[in-house]
Ligand binder design. Structure first.
Ligand SMILES: Cc1cc2nc3c(=O)[nH]c(=O)nc-3n(C[C@H](O)[C@H](O)[C@H](O)COP(=O)(O)OP(=O)(O)OC[C@H]3O[C@@H](n4cnc5c(N)ncnc54)[C@H](O)[C@@H]3O)c2cc1C
Length: 241
């Protein structure tokens, strides 16, 4: 019943028997339907579920490497980048580390089976009042949950205005996001001080969502607080937890 990544008790939804998983941990099966090479060693994986998958935009799953049993080496936390309204789930990652998990993903083919279990996370629009302004701030691969949130806001026509700041060297989903009218800027680290100062001046009442490495989110949150944003209005997704 224990989740090998965080030790918490997993919620389960469907069964499979061909794997040697920890007792009581049951995952949902998905089939790889498309693989997109984004840049360098970063790939997007489109996964078709067999059963209904329940999650809220902005949450993450425990993703199990292709054809592997569940263990610390074969499962990773991974933000889902699609909306719950989409037919398929989207995950994106760099496979550069070549850890066992990433090696398996770098060898995966269309038609292979992967699994997910235990959806979790509070990087969602829960308790954000309707009509609020949202500023999304991504560091590198930390953009993944924002694709889910943005797509969900747009598909459901939710009453929020949003803008996006993506800090990095390569900008995943940039083409996807071009279909939206909302303000989006793609910057490198050196632009951060000026952009933070300007953003806070233009959006003093906004809710700030920051996602990426621990170093990135802590640094950005401190900057927003220094500029006068209430820490309670900053929601963070830490990819290193
Ligand atoms: C809520 C949440 C959402 C996330 N969403 C995403 C997402 O959408 N996309 C994404 O790509 N990641 C996401 N992550 C991060 C993901 O879970 C992994 O931690 C990350 O991708 C690194 O996994 P890895 O297997 O490459 O490295 P790990 O094996 O987990 O190791 C971490 C780092 O240590 C290094 N390392 C490992 N073993 C050794 C060794 N023996 N010697 C030296 N160095 C070593 C690796 O190079 C790697 O950089 C998320 C994390 C969280 C918590």
């Amino acid at each position: 019943m224990k989740d090998p990544l965080c030790g918490s008790v997993s919620r389960m939804s469907s069964t499979t028997t061909k794997y040697n998983d920890p007792p009581g941990l049951i995952a949902q099966i998905l089939t790889v339907s498309r693989i997109d090479h984004e840049y360098d060693q970063t790939y997007s994986y489109w996964l078709k579920p067999t059963d209904e998958v329940n999650f809220v935009a902005g949450q993450y799953f425990h993703l199990v490497a292709p054809e592997e049993s569940i263990s610390k080496a074969t499962a990773r936390h991974m933000s889902v980048a699609s909306s719950p309204l989409d037919d398929e789930l989207l995950f994106s990652m760099s496979v550069a580390s070549q850890s066992q998990f990433k090696k398996r993903f770098s060898e995966v083919s269309v038609g292979d089976e992967v699994r997910i279990f235990h959806v979790d996370g509070e990087f969602t629009l829960d308790e954000i009042p309707e009509g609020a302004e949202l500023v999304f701030v991504a560091g590198g691969i930390g953009i993944t949950p924002f694709r889910s949130l943005i797509r969900d806001i747009e598909l459901r026509k939710l009453n929020y205005s949003w803008s996006l700041i993506h800090v990095g060297r390569n900008y995943l989903y940039k083409k996807d996001f071009e279909t939206y009218q909302s303000p989006q800027i793609h910057i490198t680290r050196k632009d951060v001080p000026e952009v933070v100062e300007r953003t806070v001046r233009e959006h003093p009442e906004a809710y700030y969502f920051v996602s990426g490495s621990e170093r990135f989110i802590e640094g950005m949150a401190d900057r927003f607080v220094e500029q006068g944003i209430d820490r309670a209005k900053i929601r963070q997704e830490n990819f290193n937890h």
